[in-house]
Design a protein around this ligand. Structure first.
Ligand code: SF4
Length: 453
């Protein structure tokens, strides 16, 4: 499909071809689904909402429920106040959520709808039932990406719900970043292992990876409870995983409720997981159990066993900024070299940070897969790592391809197996080495195919 891509690289300012990102409301919708009893609401036209739902469904292989203000020409000209007001009334009457998380779309942002005022008027006119909650996040998709949308929704949890006051409980808040439910489950396993009391916000495990039991639940049992989102304001410390996805929420919690915050990289790879585990240990004043140390040791053993096959291999990485940042570090831990690392999410600060830590890596934010492909044509790599969309580049250049991140539309492993933590790192070592071995088994002449690796 991409075999005709030329090697001639041209600087493009206004055009993205196969952008390495998607739109803000997708992140906001995902974050809202991680709250128990929550209905995400898309304030815009039906097409946006249908696309966002289907994209999430294709990644998580689960039904994704969300409502829409269903803009038509009238709302586009006169504003969406009437649509949102009736939508809220209908949603609480028909679908009975505990909370509605409204996010905007390009259209409602261009119109300039004042969502807080619309919500306030709906409450004052009795359209919101007693005890039910409505929050909102602005998610204009002409800036940022799905990661920005996720971040804005997490910040909205704090701004609307976190309680103020001097009461402090011996609990920590963890903002997991834009990671899969399997990762959120692993983050909880690590926090439980270290023995800390925590609130994970949001938590999409047991929402978008529910077991099959023959019954459909519009609001699955999982998700962060609203009472816990309120309690975030009384926690001792917050840890935000992934600077792009979590800084806004951490900063907001600190500012609003005085909860001391720490930003850490996504715990992908050895060092980033060590740092997360240590941050948990320090925050909870607890100890790391011996079995977790042993799990780490098995990862180190696996890396040292496989390092002979990975040494100095050149890797091209693309995906969300927080994922790419941690993955650069992880491939370096494995003895490989990150030749190029791009994200579609805009961010000059991210670009500077990556260049500082990986000066020999070609780094670009707000970039696309066409650029990545052309760059690879001029600078061949041994391995490509990224989401589903990379497979066309890998196929055109016949490069081993290891999938990670969002979206994953053509595989299912991300639902069951984490990318984060020591367990996630072990799985990635397996996937990376297998990708090299599979290629050798396929391409080497008979007499060079090894039985034992
Ligand atoms: S980019 Fe804007 S208009 Fe397009 S689907 Fe996303 S929110 Fe809707």
């Amino acid at each position: 499909m991409l075999e005709g891509t030329t090697a001639e690289l041209r600087e493009r300012k206004a055009l993205r071809v196969n952008p390495a990102k998607t739109c803000q409301p997708i992140g906001a919708m995902y974050a809202a689904l991680g709250v128990n009893g929550c209905m995400p609401h898309s304030h815009g036209s039906q097409g946006c909402c249908a696309y966002h739902r289907s994209h999430l469904t294709r990644h998580y292989k689960e039904p994704v429920v969300a409502t829409t203000s269903s803009f038509t020409e009238g709302a586009s000209v006169f504003g969406g106040m009437a649509n949102l007001t009736s939508a809220l009334e209908n949603i609480f009457t028909i679908y009975e959520p505990e909370i509605v998380a409204v996010h905007t779309t390009c259209l409602s942002e261009v119109i300039g709808d004042d969502i807080p005022t619309i919500i306030k008027k709906a409450i004052e006119s009795g359209k919101i039932p007693e005890g039910k909650t409505v929050i909102h996040a602005n998610t204009p998709s002409f800036v940022g990406s799905h990661v920005t949308g996720f971040s804005n929704q997490c910040e909205a949890f704090v701004k609307y719900l976190a309680e103020t006051g001097d009461t402090r409980k011996n609990t920590i808040t963890i903002f997991p970043g834009f990671v899969d439910p399997s990762d959120m489950r692993e983050i909880k396993r690590l926090a439980t292992a270290v023995g800390v009391e925590f609130i994970l916000a949001p938590d999409a495990s047991d929402v978008l990876d529910t077991p099959y039991d023959g019954h459909y639940k519009m609001y699955p049992d999982g998700g962060t409870k609203i009472s816990d989102l309120r309690e975030m304001g009384h926690t001792m410390v917050s840890i935000g995983l992934g600077p792009l996805a979590s800084t806004a929420a951490v900063t907001s919690l600190q500012k609003k409720c005085g909860v001391e915050g720490k930003i850490a990289e996504l715990p992908i790879g050895v060092r980033a997981t060590d740092e997360f585990v240590n941050a948990l240990r320090v925050a909870g004043d607890t100890a790391v159990p011996a079995w977790l140390d042993a799990e780490r040791g098995r990862l180190i053993d696996m890396i040292s066993d496989m390092s002979q096959y990975l040494h100095k291999k050149k890797v091209a990485i693309f995906g969300d900024p927080d994922h790419v940042s941690s993955m650069i570090d992880f491939v370096t831990e494995l003895g490989m070299e990150a030749s190029i690392a791009i994200t579609g999410t805009p961010g000059k600060k991210w670009e500077r940070k990556m260049k500082a830590k990986a000066p020999n890596t070609e780094v670009k934010a707000f970039s696309d897969l066409h650029y990545l492909h052309q760059w690879i044509k001029n600078n061949p790599v041994d391995l490509l790592m990224g989401n589903t969309y990379g497979k066309y580049v890998a196929r055109a250049e016949d490069i081993p391809f290891v999938r990670f991140g969002f979206p994953m539309l053509d595989r299912v492993g991300h639902r069951a197996f984490p990318l984060v933590g020591y367990a996630g790192a072990m799985r990635m070592v397996e996937k990376i080495t297998d990708a090299f071995f599979d290629r050798d088994d396929r391409l080497l002449p008979d007499h060079e195919v090894e039985l034992v690796q």
